[in-house]
Design a binder for this molecule. Structure first.
Ligand SMILES: [Zn+2]
Length: 218
C-alpha cells in the first residue's frame, strides 16, 4: 500500500513541542471528491492528517509533524489522556470517507488497518482504546456519531494486536465420523484435506487442469 500526498492549507506548523500519543478516527459524513475538497477549503478551518477513501486510497493532507485541525473543540470529553490542552497538538487524525451508519468498505478497512500499523510502529503508539480513539471521545456533544456505530473497533484492535498473516494459523486434527483428518484453523475458519473428506462422503475430487481449479462431484 502507499500514501498519496494531496496537502491542504488547513494546519498549524509543528506541534508546539508536543509528542504524538494517540490516533483519532473520524468519518467524513460525505463522499469523494467533496469531502476532500472541503478539507482543502480554507473556509472549512478543518483538516486531518489522512483521508482513507472507500476505494482504499490513503491520502495525506498534513504531515505527521504538523498539527491538523480535526479534534480541537472539546465538549464533555470521555478520554483519560485529555490534559486540558488542544488535542490536535498530540494526536493524529484519520478521516474515513463515508457515513456514520454505514460500514467501511473491505478495501477501505484494509487500508486503514495498514495505516494504523504504520503509525503505531512509527510513533510508538500503544494499541488500546485510550491511544486509538474516535472523535466522539473528545467531543461527545457535537460529534457523537464520529466515526459512528458501524466503525469496526473490535476487528481493528484484534487485527492490530494480532501477529502478521499466517502466524495465527492453528494446526488441528478434525475427527470426521471417526476418521482423523489433518487440518488448521485460520481467521476462525477450519480447513481440512478435502479429498479425504469428500471420499468419505462418496464424492469424487479432481483437479481440472484447464480451469486450474479443484472440482467435486458425485
Ligand atoms: Zn470527527
Amino acid at each position: 500500500m502507499k500514501i498519496e500526498w494531496v496537502g491542504t492549507k488547513n494546519f498549524s506548523e509543528g506541534r508546539g513541542g508536543r509528542k504524538i500519543i494517540a490516533i483519532v478516527n473520524h468519518i467524513t459524513a460525505g463522499l469523494m471528491p467533496g469531502c476532500l475538497s472541503w478539507l482543502q477549503n480554507p473556509k472549512a478551518q478543518a483538516s486531518a492528517h489522512y483521508l482513507v477513501t472507500r476505494d482504499g486510497r490513503i491520502l495525506q493532507l498534513v504531515k505527521d509533524g504538523d498539527t491538523a485541525w480535526h479534534a480541537g473543540i472539546v465538549n464533555k470529553p470521555n478520554w483519560k489522556l485529555y490534559d486540558g490542552t488542544n488535542p490536535n497538538r498530540y494526536t493524529i487524525g484519520i478521516e474515513h470517507e463515508g457515513f456514520p451508519n454505514e460500514p467501511l468498505t473491505e478495501i477501505q478497512y484494509q487500508a486503514t488497518l495498514w495505516l494504523h500499523r504504520q503509525l503505531v510502529a512509527k510513533h510508538g503508539i500503544p494499541v488500546d482504546n485510550d491511544h486509538i480513539i474516535g472523535h466522539y471521545r473528545i467531543d461527545s456533544i457535537r460529534r457523537p456519531n464520529c466515526p459512528g456505530p458501524k466503525f469496526p473497533w473490535d476487528r481493528l484492535f484484534e487485527d492490530l494486536k494480532g501477529k502478521g498473516e499466517d502466524e495465527d494459523v492453528i494446526k488441528t486434527k478434525v475427527l470426521f465420523e471417526g476418521m482423523e483428518l489433518e487440518g488448521f484453523i485460520k481467521d476462525k475458519t477450519t480447513y481440512v484435506e478435502i479429498r479425504k473428506l469428500c471420499e468419505a462422503l462418496g464424492l469424487k475430487v479432481y483437479w481440472n487442469d484447464k480451469k486450474k481449479q479443484v472440482e467435486v462431484s458425485k
